[in-house]
Design a protein around this ligand. Structure first.
Ligand code: SF4
Ligand code: SF4
Ligand code: SF4
Length: 202
């Protein structure tokens, strides 16, 4: 089996929280590192021992696909009265599960929150906490739930990439405009110098 298909198999047994608790930016980077750098198999804390066993089975050449579940699944919540609308939580949420605008109260979309906890520490006024979800009370994978989470994560990455490229394009345009302004100014200066010379001989 080639490395790419091993990585893909390992991704399947990871919870898709993109929570960085393994010290990698996302589940896929951890899976890659398990193959390429022989990273330890016990670094996915939310997956726990079961996930570690699944990873080891895959590395030993067995195909593995069984549903796993997080032991204690919770989602983020915001105390509305205390939120100052700083937008920090929106920026750190890997799956766009928080809505709000600057200086406005923010809200967690429970059905989209995967419980990664990344937002909790970032809130400057400590108005976020993890609570028992009202609707779905478990996080399992592989499942529609984990697939959605993965999809949202990659959609977000694409969007951020597009924004970065647009910014770079705008920066280039501003520089080009500046060059054009400089050129126009140079042409005007040269013309007025010429006129001044001509006037001398008139
Ligand atoms: S769910 Fe596991 S593998 Fe994925 S980012 Fe979190 S710790 Fe890493
Ligand atoms: S709302 Fe918070 S806990 Fe939920 S997915 Fe986003 S960052 Fe993670
Ligand atoms: S980080 Fe906290 S204060 Fe800032 S918008 Fe989010 S919930 Fe509100």
């Amino acid at each position: 089996m080639n490395d790419k298909s091993l990585v893909n198999q390992i991704i399947e047994v990871l919870p898709q929280l993109q929570c960085k608790k393994c010290e990698y930016p996302d589940c896929s980077s951890y899976a890659q590192s398990l193959i390429e750098k022989k990273e330890k198999t016990n670094k996915c804390e939310p997956g726990g021992l079961k996930t570690e066993n699944h990873i080891q089975e895959i590395l030993a050449g067995k195909t593995y696909r069984s549903t796993q579940q997080i032991k204690k699944y919770e989602v983020a919540d915001i105390v509305r009265e205390e939120c100052i609308g700083c937008t920090i939580c929106i920026k750190v949420c890997p799956v766009d599960a928080i809505v709000g605008a600057r200086h406005m109260i923010h809200k967690v979309l429970e059905h989209q929150c995967n419980g990664c906890e990344l937002c909790i520490e970032e809130c400057p006024v400590n108005c976020m906490s993890m609570i028992t979800p009202q609707e779905q009370n478990t996080w399992s994978w592989p499942s529609k739930q984990s697939e959605n989470s993965k999809e949202k994560y990659y959609q977000r990455l694409d969007r951020l990439d597009r924004i970065k490229k647009d910014k770079e394009l705008n920066r280039q345009r501003v520089l080009e405009d500046r060059d054009m302004d400089d050129y126009i100014q140079y042409a005007l200066d040269t013309e007025s110098k010429k006129h001044a010379k001509i006037k001398k001989y008139e």
